[in-house]
Design a protein around this ligand. Structure first.
Ligand SMILES: [Zn+2]
Length: 296
């Protein structure tokens, strides 16, 4: 059943908003005051629309399309979803004031067929990670660090927070009242405002990025989450070191939207040093090799 909800997003055509008028209205009522009044249902609608836009921008190239359709994920996608769900569940045990509630339709982790190193999270628990980012990870703990950073963005409602306040001003109060039936013009205005909110979020996710402090927060909360899940915190730093080396020679992907990896490392190092040492079990090493490197 969970999967069926993602399939609706995955199967959507490449248009900006592919929701019903009722869906748009529900979603917009939720985002009218940014995160404050947003219900899990609102977040689901908003997240589904953002996820659809991300897939459209990626030309719908992602792993295991048939697995998403049948509800039986396979290979690397199944593995990334298993690790991602462990991390996401651990995020419930590290609550912070203002955290978004658990996504209504569960968490979904999609592997994009893209060599650039990147990952991003839509509201409602839709997380995208490129094959390039996964290939950079040398082990499951580093993969968990990437996913924990993205889970933290969702839990802290960062994408929703990037919707410009000015978007909300032009919308009449009556339009946000569920008991009022929308005429064609009102629906048009609402759709336009919803479109604008989508643009704000897509811009933050793919082009401009969030503020530095927002990213440092996702790192700090992400580290807490991965430690809670039993992963080795030093893997977060070792992955960032790889990103740092990559940033010295390349651009695009995460470089365009995230602070310098060296700055992220200096913010995290002390916390990582204080974290308990983890002995990585052999089974964890082997299952990463099998799922990501294809080594049995
Ligand atoms: Zn981030």
């Amino acid at each position: 059943m969970k999967r069926a909800l993602l399939v609706a997003a995955l199967a959507a055509v490449s248009c900006k908003v592919n929701l019903t008028p009722e869906g748009i209205s529900k979603a917009y009522r939720g985002i009218k005051e940014a995160r404050k009044d947003l219900t899990p249902e609102n977040e689901y609608y908003v997240g589904r629309a953002v996820a659809t836009n991300i897939l459209a921008k990626s030309n719908y190239k992602y792993r295991d399309e048939s697995g998403f359709s049948s509800g039986k994920l396979e290979g690397m996608t199944a593995y990334v979803n298993a690790v991602g769900n462990v991390v996401a569940m651990a995020s419930l045990e590290t609550p912070h004031d203002g955290d978004r509630p658990t996504p209504l339709a569960g968490w979904h982790f999609v592997v994009l067929e893209d060599k650039t190193i990147n990952a991003f999270a839509a509201p409602g628990g839709y997380i995208f990670v490129t094959a390039g980012a996964i290939e950079q990870a040398g082990n499951e703990d580093e993969l968990a660090a990437i996913l924990a950073h993205e889970v933290a963005h969702v839990r802290r409602g960062h994408a929703l927070g990037s919707i410009k306040k000015s978007r909300m001003a032009g919308v009449m109060k009556e339009m946000l009242d569920s008991s009022v039936e929308l005429d064609k013009q009102a629906l048009g205005t609402l759709t336009e405002a919803f479109d604008g909110a989508m643009d704000d979020m897509m811009d933050s996710l793919l082009v401009k990025g969030y503020s530095r402090d927002t990213e440092f927060e996702a790192d700090s909360v992400g580290l807490e989450i991965m430690l809670k899940a039993g992963y080795d915190g030093s893997a977060f730093v070792s992955y960032l070191k790889k990103l740092n080396a990559h940033q010295a020679t390349g651009s695009g992907g995460f470089s365009a939207t995230h602070p310098k990896a060296s700055d992220r490392i200096s913010k995290l190092e002390k916390k990582v040093a204080k974290a308990p040492k983890v002995t990585v079990p052999k089974a964890r090493i082997n299952r990463f090799k099998a799922a990501v490197l294809g080594v049995e």
